[in-house]
Design a protein around this ligand. Structure first.
Ligand SMILES: Cc1cc2nc3c(=O)[nH]c(=O)nc-3n(C[C@H](O)[C@H](O)[C@H](O)COP(=O)(O)OP(=O)(O)OC[C@H]3O[C@@H](n4cnc5c(N)ncnc54)[C@H](O)[C@@H]3O)c2cc1C
Ligand code: FES
Length: 310
């Protein structure tokens, strides 16, 4: 498959000298053969729930590599941890190609190899230690996937210690937005514990009311100093979100980034990105969650600045 050829080719690229080391190694990651416990279709996506014996539990924003045991694909595919309960771990998956379509057809009881949890996720201890005014969670398309686990994690904090939580999700259309059903129970649980949670959704085609992007919602809720943004979605969305954060001033932000991945553990150099300071980093080891300044720097994209260089 073309994507695999591309990744394999990139796997043989020598590391650039400025590639930064990945100092933190995720504990407990390992490979296990899981069994499909359930598969639930939600619009254009599906939730794949796996029973993974010995699953150690991971943090929101961490990911796993999945490969159906009868897969015809050489490489596994990366998916954010969506939810977990003991040895049950779930993934929210958008079928976009052969690897995801194999998983979309996996029947209950079938085997799926799971390598994970991998990478570094949203560090809620660090984020909450900054006593944010609000936690603004921004997800675009299947980029909403890690935020179910994040909302679940927030329910383990005393409501009195939590800031207001504002969840903003943007989808292509109302079919993609059907995955909201996977998030509403977590929002309800947080509210039941006394936390202030707002959930807003918008679709690009207007099929849920008016047409717009998730950044439309972000402009409406109005960022201000002290807010903390946690975002996951297309790179352009993340850049636009950070531009709004910079314009507001005093906003901290973390982004879960995507990159083509082969090994997922730092060996192949297939997922290298250039950071704002010009250095290189492996998304699978140093990320996928990065601080905003690390990735985008502290100045707004020229397109976001009135009169800027387009
Ligand atoms: C850290 C991480 C977390 C991810 N979490 C999720 C998740 O929770 N749910 C989910 O559905 N997907 C997630 N993805 C993306 C998922 O890995 C790809 O959609 C999948 O590998 C596609 O495999 P495929 O064989 O079905 O399609 P392919 O034939 O490999 O690709 C189909 C199309 O998707 C594009 N594509 C493939 N991989 C990526 C990628 N990583 N980023 C952007 N575009 C890509 C290809 O260019 C192509 O246009 C994540 C990726 C990363 C790196
Ligand atoms: S995917 Fe191999 S180094 Fe990141």
């Amino acid at each position: 498959m073309a994507a695999e050829v591309g990744l394999a080719a990139r796997a043989h690229v020598n590391p650039a000298p400025e590639l930064q080391p990945s100092p933190r190694t995720p504990p407990n990651s390992g490979c296990r053969l899981a069994r499909v416990a359930a598969r639930q279709k939600l619009g254009s996506m599906f939730v794949l729930r796996l029973r993974a014996p010995g699953w150690p539990g991971g943090a929101p924003g961490q990911f796993a590599l999945l490969r159906h045991e009868a897969s015809a694909r050489f490489l596994p595919r990366a998916f954010s941890l969506h939810a977990q309960d003991g040895e049950l771990v779930s993934f929210l998956i958008a079928p976009v190609g052969p690897g995801t379509e194999e998983l979309a057809e996996a029947g209950v009881g079938e085997g799926v190899h799971v390598l994970g949890p991998l990478g570094h996720g949203f560090d809620l201890t660090e984020i909450l230690a900054g006593t944010p005014r609000r936690l603004v969670v921004v997800g675009g398309g299947v980029g909403v996937a890690p935020f179910r686990l994040l909302l679940d994690r927030l329910t383990t904090h005393a409501a009195a210690t939590l800031p207001e939580v504002v969840v903003l999700f943007g989808f292509r259309d109302d079919v993609q937005a059907e995955c909201l059903a996977a998030f509403e129970p977590a929002v309800d649980r947080l509210r039941a514990r006394g936390a202030a949670v707002e959930l807003e959704t918008i679709c690009e085609d207007g099929s849920l009311g008016r047409a717009g992007l998730v950044t439309t919602l972000l402009q409406e809720v109005g960022l201000s100093a002290g807010d903390a943004i946690l975002a996951c979605g297309a790179h352009a969305m993340c850049q636009a979100v950070w531009d709004l954060g910079l314009a507001a001033g005093g906003v901290r932000a973390w982004f879960s980034l995507e990159a083509g991945m082969a090994c997922g553990v730092g060996s192949c150099h297939g997922c290298v990105i250039r950071l704002a300071d010009g250095s290189l980093a492996k998304v699978c080891r140093r990320g996928p969650v990065f601080g905003a300044g690390e990735v985008f720097g502290e100045s707004r994209h020229p397109c976001a600045v009135p009169g800027g260089d387009r």
